[in-house]
Design a protein around this ligand. Sequence first.
Ligand code: ADQ
Length: 463
Amino acid sequence: MSDRAIVTISNRLPVAKTSSGWRASAGGLVTALKPVMESRPGAWVGWDGGAEDVPAKVPDLSVRLRPVSLSRAEVNAFYHGFSNRSIWPLFHDLVQPATFDRAWWENYRVVNERFAGETARLRLRGAPDALLWVQDYHLMLLPQMLRRRRPDAPIAFFLHIPWPAPELFSRLPWREEILRGLLGADVVSFHTDRYRKNFVRTCGRLLDCEVSGRTITMDGHTVSTSACPISIDAKAFERLATSDEVENELARLRKQFSGRRVLAGVDRLDYTKGILERLEALEQLLERRPDLRTKLTFVQIAVPSRGAVREYRELRTQIEQVIGRINGRFTEPGHDVPVYYLHRGVPLPRLIAYYRLADVFLVTPLKDGLNLVSKEYVVSQAAGGDAGALVLSEFTGAALELERAILCNPFDIDGVSNAIERALEMSADERRERLADMAKRVRRNDVFRWLDRQLREVDRVLG
Ligand code: ADQ
């Protein structure tokens, strides 16, 4: 793997304040980049989350931190507003309507400029050619802003969410500015080739640029596009899945749910994740199969997310209402409730114990850039020698790799309900064989391979 120094720039710094001080935070991106960032010189630039005392380093993440401060008004307009109420729904195929507001957009530009200033001021001793690696949809103007300040710097961008079809993206009032912002990079990368093609087609349609295969040239600067799905540290999940800590948690959970088959879902509480649709499919199943009412438990773990945004608060209320309705309708006297609901983050060993517990794991997003949870499930199950089944939405990036899951269309409630039934009826041998196949693929294409491919692409393009 190339040992080029890396400056990662993401919306949030990868740290959080806990009762025992500052620590590396949990979550997809941090887990993915931690080993890479620790293996070479570099730094991480990101919003300080409103804290004024972010240290230059934290004990469990050996990376130099460069905090960016934002005012409360900026957080509201840039993060809750433009990023999460304009871009997020638009890029997830408008499964919720998007709101466009000029003041939010102007703040987005101001905040991207702030990030550019902080990044450009950063000088890494002995590593003048560090890759400036911009992450995700909060910072789409940054590549161009960095290019103006550091014309010769290698700049790459990775989008963690889908790139929508050109006709959807075209609704954005500031569509050209966003495209020009991204085209400041040398390499722009996506999880899947479909998102990459959508991006290239969007540029071809909206900009005066030249498109040739995977490259786009505008104003004399050529940008290469690439596709590679992010992944997990599969070995670390395998180790943890068979650790004493997880085995103990699992034994406790198995006792709690003994005599029942367990279905489970683990998501950020987000309208893109299809949690309501999944619950409706379960309700439908329990309606038409009374024999299952005392034999199934569905555990939904939902991490609180974006509570400052109205749509997310409303979704939480709706989910809690549907769960109340299902439990009210189907709890049989003398038996446990059919739906267990945890509205909280769960420590990783416990999360993995839930993965191992689940006979059927439901990942049913209406749209998801990739979806790491599905990869974590198959690897944990296979490592533990379990025989679970994965029901996976075809509208996730992960469905292209995990094609041996039971694929479903989450908009088709009957279809999801049938998929759950099929998963329950599938033989243990077939479930094991499918799991082993999927886990093998995730092990081969782990997060280190993803990173290696990203860096190779940058090296190839820059020569
Ligand atoms: P997310 O939308 O957050 O990520 P996902 O890819 O599933 O979705 O990552 C969630 C991460 O949070 C997982 O690593 C999981 O272990 C963790 N997590 C989930 N529930 C948890 C809980 N209750 N407690 C603790 N941890 C929990 C965005 C995009 C995705 C893309 C990723 C990475 O929306 O499409 O896959 O970035 O690019």
